[in-house]
Design a protein around this ligand. Structure first.
Ligand code: SAM
Length: 404
């Protein structure tokens, strides 16, 4: 149930369409009308999403469906700074980020942030995955699969086998298997045969060469059935899905603390930003971040997971992106927001690379795209810079060291 942003409901003209861009890039997203900077182009819920396994077992409490944090802002700050000493102002802003803890009605151990999430999860996949009050049974094949996955994939986590468990359950819960399989097959139509094995190893690491067999065996024991024997429960079918979650899985991060900071920062200009209250607020925020950095590490402050998004998976990469993905609703709902004005008919691109890599030379960026993403980048910037001298990343590293 991908809920694409439907501009008809707001009265706006559609903001994008998916069209063939070029033989090198395949399909992509183009602006269906002129767009202003900071415009929301797409709001989409994932086909499947899941919290990362270690993130969950390290007690980052989250809604089992939408990954909204189940902590209050104060609880979140206390856990990550390991102290109750930070007194946060604006309690009314903190209250905005409080949510319920709704248990699964079949008595398993999962919690949701609302009755709506409980019901959606139940109808879409959880009714086939729920183990009821046998959740503590660690010899259950699905529990063995998850433990095996955790022993192979330590933090920083990039994907989770749970996405595949939910994918299979979601397909089976659909009115017909063909309809259920359709979006996933469309997403991995280009990852078949040897290519799927190569891609999975490239993305997950060559150490997964033997591990894929172990995971396939445990996955089959947990979920195999005659119905999906050919499409999913063959080594090739399983490997292409593994490559799919590694390649197309979009990272998701939620944090009541970050949401609170964003909201209180917006209040500042209403008051005088140079006032003592505003300065105090900055000091409180800085002190909390410093403490989180010391006690937990800033890279581990979020509830983290990943999801597969149908429309978002059609957006191509550019080394000069004109849009970006944001999780600004505190849950797994993704938004794509423009970074600059975009003319009607222009391609809307996001960056698959982080800021640091984007700052590198064409040669280095092309190498990362080829090695880590498996394609040659044909974005406007790479085309413009095609005559630039080749500078390897080692040269760039040396340059950086020379200037230190
Ligand atoms: C997430 S998909 C994007 C949608 C895809 N173009 C399609 O037709 O479905 C990523 C794939 O698109 C292609 N792609 C994305 N950005 C590209 C770029 N800048 N240059 C060349 N190919 C690109 C690559 O084949 C890549 O593996």
């Amino acid at each position: 149930m991908a809920c694409a942003y439907d501009p008809r409901s707001t009265g706006d003209a559609p903001s994008f369409s998916i069209v063939n861009i070029s033989s090198e890039k395949g399909r992509g997203m183009v602006a269906a009308r002129s767009l202003k900077a900071e415009e929301t182009v797409l709001v989409e819920s994932p086909l499947v999403s899941s919290q990362f396994a270690w993130n969950k077992s390290c007690n980052y409490p989250a809604c089992d469906h939408c990954l909204r944090s189940l902590e209050t802002v104060a609880e979140n700050v206390a856990r990550l700074t390991k102290t109750n000493s930070h007194i946060l102002p604006f309690s009314e802003v903190q209250d905005k980020f409080c949510c319920s803890k709704v248990p699964c009605s079949n008595s398993c151990d999962v919690l949701y942030c609302s009755d709506a999430c409980r019901q959606i999860a139940w109808n879409l996949y959880h009714r086939l995955l729920c183990r009821g009050d046998a959740f503590g049974d660690y010899v259950h094949p699905s529990a063995l699969l998850l433990e095996a996955w955790k022993s192979m994939h330590y933090p920083p986590e990039t994907t989770t086998i749970e996405l595949l468990s939910r994918l299979v359950a979601r397909v089976r819960c659909c009115e017909s298997l063909d309809k259920g399989l359709e979006p996933f097959q469309a997403m991995c139509s280009d990852i078949r045969g040897e290519a799927s094995n190569d891609l999975a190893l490239k993305l997950l690491g060559t150490e997964f060469k033997d591990r894929i067999n172990v995971l396939f065996s445990l996955f089959s024991q947990a979920y195999e059935g005659e119905d999906l024997k050919e499409q999913i429960f063959t080594k090739e079918g399983f490997t292409s899905l593994l490559a799919l979650i590694a390649r197309n899985g979009q990272g998701i991060g939620t944090s009541p603390w970050a949401d609170y900071v964003r909201e209180v920062e917006k209040l500042k200009p209403l008051e005088d930003p140079s006032s003592q209250d505003s300065k105090n607020l900055d000091q409180i925020i800085d002190a909390v971040y410093a403490d989180m950095s010391d006690k937990t590490g800033l890279e581990f402050i979020n509830v983290e997971g990943s999801g597969l998004y149908e429309i978002h998976s059609r957006i191509n990469h550019s080394c000069e992106p004109n849009a970006e993905v944001r999780f600004q609703l505190g849950c797994h709902t993704l938004t794509v927001v423009t970074l600059s004005d975009i003319r009607q008919g222009d391609e809307i691109c996001i960056s698959y690379l982080d800021e640091c890599l984007l700052a590198r030379s064409r040669h280095s960026r092309q190498k990362v795209m080829k090695d880590d993403y498996g394609f040659v980048c044909h974005c406007s910037r790479c085309i413009r810079e095609k005559d630039d001298p080749d500078v390897t990343s080692e040269d760039e590293d040396e340059d950086e060291m020379d200037t230190e």
